[in-house]
Ligand binder design. Structure first.
Ligand SMILES: [Zn+2]
Ligand SMILES: [Zn+2]
Ligand SMILES: [Zn+2]
Length: 89
């Protein structure tokens, strides 16, 4: 899932293509604000869109091996799921 985060303290915003639902309803693995060191929940979550066809990436069937953007590495150190022992990637 694709999530939009806003830090409740410094109001900085960021986005992540690696948002995973928890097994609790309406809860997602959080990501930590890199300046405040507090865990934040996404305020909005969408299906990740395929960068080729614009459809929902989970079901569109395109080759996904090139989807990872190397210029925007996943911040595992700020990711609650990665730090829980089950990394996103
Ligand atoms: Zn912050
Ligand atoms: Zn596609
Ligand atoms: Zn992660």
């Amino acid at each position: 899932m694709y999530g939009f985060f806003e830090c409740s303290k410094c109001k900085s915003r960021w986005e992540s293509a690696k948002v995973t639902p928890k097994h609790i309803r309406d809860q997602y693995y959080g990501q930590q604000c890199k300046s405040c060191n507090i865990m934040c929940q996404p305020y909005r979550v969408e299906e990740t869109k395929c960068s080729r066809c614009g459809m929902v990436a989970r079901t569109c069937g395109c080759d996904k091996t090139r989807h990872t953007d190397p210029r925007k590495p996943h911040r595992s150190d700020l990711c609650e799921k990665c730090r829980s022992g089950r990394p996103c990637q």
